[in-house]
Design a protein around this ligand. Structure first.
Ligand code: ADP
Length: 479
């Protein structure tokens, strides 16, 4: 029995360095067993307001810490997360459902952003330019944007927070996050470790509650919040952008995807199969960069499907804590949504290559469907489940046209051994991130983000601080 995670459980929001308690609570469930892991105080708009005030009060001091001081505190946080890796991973698996190996990988990945931005905090620099006139000098200085509000989803309950918080704190901003109500415990555990790391009160606040709309409104309407960073659905992102207009906030939006996974007949098929398994089945298909539409060149499609079916047949499914390949989806409702997409496709002529029987639980079986056509919902929506939906194409032009035929533009994958084709296809694809003969593309050194309805802003990489900094131009007379 794995119980290290119990020591990291907290029972209410972390606001101004203190833990909030209340008689009004909500339950956090183990997604594999539905057993209650813990109850958590249900924050109301008043707590969100208090967190915003705390972040605003902490801003003058935090933003005038030196880059080296902020870097040191972020490094302390990183060290503690690494030391508590196993407990954080257990907690994550229980409240989110993903297999333990994937949860450990998420802790490493999430901590990687803290390490990355701890280093970036020391490298913030502007410019000194020649004056246009002889008696002038011009400077450009980078300043923190101010208080940052963040709203994060349940599919990566640790890393979606660290990659926003670490960038904000490194830039000298203070931070208030509202995590998804399905997975508040990983967020609170991160706050507990930030506290232990010595991050000053008010600099990082975590507000957990079930009324997303009211708490979101506090964040979007507050004149004290200078920027909103959101990861979640396009529908909610659009609402938030609109709500931020009145106070003219900076916004970063990491929204939905509909990633194509293209396999040309000149590809290394074994590599493509391996990539397909990674890009489709990680987190049981519940990531915004998961392969959503498999586009396979007609001549190799039958062989590709047969080989993929053999690999899928080896996947084990069960409680993530038991180190299976596939855990449950986030809820029974999520599985029902996936099933509706599968049924719609089958009804409209999709061919089944695996059993699609679903037992009405949160566990959805891995499914392969081919002969997918544009009249099927599965072609246009994020599946967010372990379902391969495959269509074929004849020519490169056709593949590009099919891949771009979506309002989304987050990630795209393609496999070919032809170098000229790699360049042509990459130039033509309208996506923020490309996996070219590669299916695992996200890491702290890379700019994560999309175009079109997948949003704007980039997280990670040397560009990741830009969203949290504003430029001040200084024109200096030198008479
Ligand atoms: P998902 O499909 O991943 O659940 P959502 O966009 O619904 O995506 O949720 C992402 C985050 O946005 C969660 O923290 C959720 O609580 C929050 N959220 C959902 N609806 C709203 C809203 N109307 N205002 C503010 N936040 C919201």
């Amino acid at each position: 029995m794995t119980t290290e995670y119990l020591a990291l459980i907290r029972h209410g929001s972390y606001i101004n360095g203190q833990w909030h308690s209340s008689d009004s609570v909500f339950s956090v469930l183990d997604k594999a067993t539905n057993a209650q892991i813990s109850v958590v105080a249900n924050a109301q708009p008043a707590q969100m307001c208090a967190a915003i005030d705390a972040a605003n009060n902490a801003l003058p001091i935090w933003s005038t810490h030196s880059g080296a001081q902020r870097s040191q505190l972020l490094s302390n946080w990183h060290t503690l997360i690494t030391e508590h890796r196993e407990a954080l991973a257990q907690l994550l698996t229980r409240e989110q459902g993903k297999p333990l190996a994937e949860a450990r990988a998420e802790i490493d990945y999430g901590a990687g952003y803290i390490k990355w931005f701890a280093a970036e905090a020391e490298r913030i620099c502007g410019d000194v330019m020649e004056g246009v006139n002889a008696n002038q000098s011009m400077q450009v200085v980078k300043k923190p944007v101010g208080v940052v509000g963040a709203i994060t989803p349940w599919n990566f309950p640790n890393a979606m927070i660290t990659r926003k918080a670490a960038a904000a704190l490194a830039a000298g901003c203070t931070f208030v996050v509202k995590p998804a109500a399905d997975t508040p415990l990983s967020a609170l555990a991160l706050a507990a470790l930030a506290h232990q790391a010595g991050i000053p009160q008010g600099v990082l606040n975590v507000v957990v509650g079930t009324d997303a709309q009211s708490m979101g409104r506090e964040l979007t309407q507050s004149p004290k919040v200078a920027k909103l960073s959101f990861t979640g659905s396009t529908k909610v992102g659009q609402l938030l952008i609109k709500d931020c207009a009145a106070t003219v906030k900076r916004v970063s939006m990491e929204l939905g995807g509909n990633a194509p996974f293209i396999v040309f007949d000149d590809a290394d098929i074994e590599a493509a199969l391996e990539g397909a398994m990674q890009a489709k089945f990680r987190n049981a298909g519940q990531t915004c960069v998961c392969a959503n539409r498999f586009l396979v060149q007609a001549g190799i499609a039958d062989a590709f499907v047969a080989a993929l079916r053999d690999k899928v047949a080896t996947l084990s499914q069960g409680n993530g804590i038991d180190n299976v390949d596939l855990g449950p989806l986030i809820s029974q409702q999520a599985a029902a949504n996936v099933h509706a997409l599968v049924e719609d496709a089958v009804q409209k002529g999709a061919r089944r290559h695996t059993d699609t029987t679903w037992n009405n639980s949160a566990f959805y079986p891995p499914v392969i469907l081919s002969d997918i056509s544009t009249d099927m919902h599965i072609m246009h929506q994020e599946i967010f489940g372990p379902v391969v939906a495959l269509s074929t194409f004849d020519t490169e032009e056709q593949a590009i046209c099919m891949a771009n035929a979506t309002e989304y533009g987050l990630a795209a994958y393609f496999y070919t051994r032809n170098y000229a084709r790699m360049q042509r296809v990459a130039n033509a694809l309208q996506f923020g991130m490309l996996g070219m003969n590669q299916a695992v593309i996200s890491n702290p050194a890379a700019p994560f983000g999309g175009v079109k309805h997948s949003g704007y802003g980039r997280e990670g990489s040397k560009y990741g601080l830009d969203d949290y900094l504003s430029l001040q131009y200084r024109c200096i007379g030198t008479h």
